[in-house]
Structure formats: structure tokens, C-alpha cells
Design a protein around this ligand. Sequence first.
Ligand code: PGA
Length: 250
Amino acid sequence: MRRPFVAGNWKMNGSVAGNKALLDGIKAGLAAVTMTEVAVCPPFVYLRDVAQQLQGTAVVLGAQNLSEQSAGAYTGEISAAMRLDLACRYVIVGHSERRAIYGESDALVAKKFAAARKAGLIPILCVGELLEEREAGTTEQVIARQLDAVLTLEGIAAFAQAVVAYEPVWAIGTGKTASPDQAQAVHAFIRNKLAAQDATISDKLRILYGGSVKASNAVELFGMADIDGGLIGGAALQAEEFLAICRAGA
Ligand code: PGA
């Protein structure tokens, strides 16, 4: 039995005052979230503050990105160990915005995945196809390529301490959600591909869906056999909506 997991990706949003209001709202409704593991991933500069506000709650902390390097002359970069220092448990790796806007290749994403694990963070590896790739019928090839980059560098055993998030790029921030059947088909593909290398690890792996998840579609999505929760963008910035999505995980 995989424990449902809902992670809020705040992206480049927030302020000290705004984060406090959001977290107060989330904390007020947490008692009703029984089964689901809940994480929030604020921008780096707020991690320490958010960690303090989450003390004594079951909500865990994640980061949105990390350097593939461990330390040294890498101006502007932040290492996995620094994230761990700030009480992070998870780190998002290979979000489509990092891949598309900042040019992160499959190989770089795999290195970041490795750096996260080496430091003791749990990577949330994002995979997903562009609209033109879906329309061309190459969704599975794209996902396989993105997974293979990590499998080649790190091996299947690494997925025992990892989370995968399927995020079709055409569904992120667009209001267009993959249908539960469309999402389930890709989740099953991911699980089967990994099961071919290790069925036990694949069976235990949590595979999240991301892309315009809202309270109104979460129950149906999370009800699918291979969807174990969600990576939530826009809806993670509203306490009530986020809490309702968390409750849908159970
Ligand atoms: P969205 O973003 O929920 O706003 O579509 C999801 C994500 O990018 O992780």
C-alpha cells in the first residue's frame, strides 16, 4: 500500500507575510488530512522561515531545484547539502519549467537527481511530454528517455528513495488537466517500465500526477490505480483548495 502524497510547488511566488497567511490557513485545516503525506516547496529564500512555521506539524518541506555540484565556485547555485541544512526532505528535479526555460537536459536532470540522493534528499523526478509530442504519439518515448537518463546514471535501486511526478507539459498552469484515463495510462507505463527492472521497487514507488490539479478533479485523478497523489502548482497557493486536494489523497 503506497501512502498518498501531495506536494505544493509554490514556484516563484510568495512573500514573508503571504507565506504566513497561507501556512496559517493550511495548518488550521490539517487535522482533517489523515492519510496523506503533505509537503510544501517554497522558493529557496523562504525555506528557513517556512520550516520554523511548520515545526510541530506533519507537513514536510521540499525545495524546487538544486545544483548538481556539491560545493565550490558555482556562483548563484545552491547545493543539496544546503537544502538539507534547511530541513528539506524532498527536492523537485527536472520540472518542465527548468527543462524548457532554463535548458536543463536529461543528463543534467539525472546529475541533479544523483546529487540529491547523495546528500540524503528524496528527489521528486518530473517527467512529461510537450503537446506536440503527445499529438505526434511519442509520449511514451519521451517519458522513457527521461527515465532512462536517470536509470543509466543511478540504476533502478535509486528509485527506492525517490518519487516520480508525471506532469504533461500541456497541462501545467493551463487549466487543461489530463483525463484520469490519460494520466493513468502514462502512470502505468512508468510503473511497468520500472517493474521490468525491479518489481518490488516499482510497486512501492509513488508516482504523482501534476498539471492543473484542483479540488474538483483531484478525487477522480487520485482514485486511479497508479496515481499516488499530486504535485500541485497554482492550487497550492490557496489554503482551502490545497487542503481539499490533500483530503482527496486519502
Ligand atoms: P499547476 O502546476 O498545478 O499550476 O498546473 C503544476 C506544476 O507545475 O507542478
